[in-house]
Design a protein around this ligand. Structure first.
Ligand SMILES: [Zn+2]
Ligand SMILES: [Zn+2]
Length: 153
């Protein structure tokens, strides 16, 4: 167990992660590039009830994706920094790694959608990478798979 805290730029939103994440994605897809205005996003996947809000009330914004679906991104109502998002399962939050007080405290467990990775981004050979997505059952540690099973039971 390690307490991990973070928040938005203005300080109105503060959160604490109650445990380590299930898994950490570095996503190089075009949606994440556009949403962040950057090369990729770092997402800490964690149970929604393990994201404890210490201050503020992040507001959901439905953001269109290329496939026509929407991704719900939660933003600070004051400074509009995105702190986490959800995809198809609201029980799992994707906490944005750059909002941690110590972003260096996490590293990606997997790199995904490398088909649109920018050519100057070099992935360490020790990290698995996938052109598109990957098989969670094959890659997630047993403890994380058990947590996911409990969550969706
Ligand atoms: Zn803010
Ligand atoms: Zn993505």
């Amino acid at each position: 167990m390690s307490a991990r805290e973070g928040g938005c730029a203005c300080g109105a939103v503060r959160y604490r992660l109650a445990s380590d994440p299930l898994f950490v994605h570095c996503c190089h897809c075009l949606n994440c590039q556009r949403q962040t205005g950057s090369a990729f996003v770092i997402n800490l996947l964690i149970e929604a009830d393990r994201v404890e809000l210490l201050a503020g009330d992040p507001q959901p914004v439905d953001v269109p994706r290329e496939d026509g679906s929407a991704q719900t991104i939660f933003r600070c109502p004051a400074c509009q920094v995105a702190v986490f998002s959800t995809y198809t399962r609201p029980e799992i939050r994707f906490v944005r790694g750059g909002t941690l007080d110590e972003p260096a405290g996490v590293a990606p467990d997997v790199h995904i959608f490398t088909r649109s990775k920018l050519p100057w981004v070099e992935i360490p050979p020790s990290r698995p990478e996938f052109e598109v997505y990957y098989d969670q059952r094959a890659l997630w540690p047993a403890a994380s798979r058990e947590r996911l099973a409990r969550l969706i039971a």
